[in-house]
Design a protein around this ligand. Structure first.
Ligand SMILES: Nc1ncnc2c1ncn2[C@@H]1O[C@H](COP(=O)(O)OP(=O)(O)OP(=O)(O)O)[C@@H](O)[C@H]1O
Ligand SMILES: [Mg+2]
Length: 357
């Protein structure tokens, strides 16, 4: 453990047990005396507490210092990482009203693979066939879903289907993805320093990466104007790229891409952006966290050409919830939808697809 790590561990002593427990994926601290954890997919309140608000705030301020950032009245929120790679978000009063708020997403030593997702029942065998064909046929894919629905995990698993011969560039805000291929080049954004200098955004990375001869771009998450650069890259020969976006449904994912593209500040009429979205994005893989804490791929959809200026999707596979028990346990099944438009292309390249009626 380096000095930085051992020094932060002292400040984080009240939650040491949860930082060390691999079953704990998230630690949510709502002021000094309310600490929740997510363990094996379920949220639990713990009996742990910090001695005082001052101690909790000191922990947050020292996390900020460890990454050369400030957390004070003028800069009341912080996105950072702990030395072990865990993501931290901190907010202090007066922005938060019940003391310092910290949320820690633990760094996963091992990311989920497609085999694991299948083993956990997050995707059925037919879903794996579809996703394999989608990636091998170089379709551009967006993984959508709500917060903590498993988007990054699915993106990581999808990237595992990329052939080893491709040169993959991975662009992220905070490094999480762990690709299985050898020929991967990883990039990470840089936040501005305490003087507001030196920022290198995802958008800067997308633009820079196009000069580095990528066969595939894998982008951690689309949140803003970089959407437009990505759409243009996807539409101009960089097919087979993939990313995630926060959205409530596959159709919402397309609207969110549109909104993000508008955030680029480039003056394009909405109709032009919509055409770019519909032609650049070929497939949406939608994820969800179900009431029992399990995560699933609840829909795989293909994006069809616009009709009267409106998006159209074809559902290839979806999850249907049939019942929810009082303890939250969900039962249901995956159903095939319509056959993909790339059925013939898949047959030509001997890619197996589910058996559609
Ligand atoms: N299919 C799954 N089965 C079990 N656990 C999963 C599954 N998918 C994801 N998880 C776990 O759920 C947590 C959230 O997953 P992940 O980071 O992939 O979600 P996300 O949607 O990208 O979250 P965010 O909105 O914060 O970006 C992680 O701890 C991850 O290991
Ligand atoms: Mg994510």
């Amino acid at each position: 453990m380096n000095d930085n790590a051992s020094f932060l561990v002292l400040f984080l002593a009240p939650i040491k047990e949860y930082l060390a427990d691999d079953k704990v994926s998230e630690i949510l601290i709502n002021g000094p005396s309310q600490i929740y954890i997510e363990r094996s997919g379920k949220l639990e309140e713990t009996g742990a507490s910090f001695a005082s608000e001052a101690q909790l705030k000191a922990a947050a301020v020292n996390i900020a210092k460890s990454v050369d950032r400030q957390l004070d009245e003028m800069h009341p929120d912080l996105d950072a990482r702990l030395p072990d790679g865990s993501r931290v978000h901190a907010t202090i009063p007066p922005i938060s009203r019940c003391g310092t708020i910290l949320s820690i997403r633990k760094f996963k030593k091992e990311m989920l693979t497609m085999e694991k997702l299948e083993e956990y029942g997050s995707v059925p065998p037919d879903g794996v066939l579809l996703l394999n064909a989608i990636v091998k046929l170089r379709k551009n894919v967006i993984v959508s879903g709500g917060t903590s629905s498993g988007k990054t995990s699915v993106l990581n698993a999808l990237s595992g289907l990329i052939p080893a011969k491709d040169r993959i560039l991975v662009l992220e805000d905070a490094s999480e993805l762990q690709l299985q291929q050898k020929h991967c080049v990883y990039f990470e954004t840089r936040k501005p320093d305490k003087n507001g200098q030196g920022e290198f955004s995802i958008r800067d990375l997308v633009i820079a990466s196009l000069r580095l001869r990528p066969d595939r771009l894998v982008i951690g998450e689309i949140r803003g104007g970089e959407a437009l650069d990505l759409l243009q890259a996807m539409n101009t020969g960089h097919s087979g790229s993939m990313s995630t976006i926060h959205a409530n449904s596959p159709i919402d994912a397309l609207s969110r891409m549109e909104t993000c593209a508008l955030m680029s500040g480039v003056k394009l009429p909405l109709s032009a952006i919509r055409m770019q979205v519909a032609s650049a994005i070929n497939c949406i893989v939608h994820t969800m966290r179900l009431p029992d804490g399990s995560r699933k791929i609840v829909e795989i959809a293909e994006v069809l050409p616009l009709e009267n200026g409106e998006y159209r999707l074809r559902t290839l596979l979806e999850w249907k919830t049939e019942s929810v028990a009082p303890d939250g346990t969900v039962s249901g099944r995956f159903l095939l939808g319509e056959a993909p438009t790339f059925r013939d292309a898949a047959a030509l390249t001997h890619l197996e697809l589910p058996v559609y009626a």
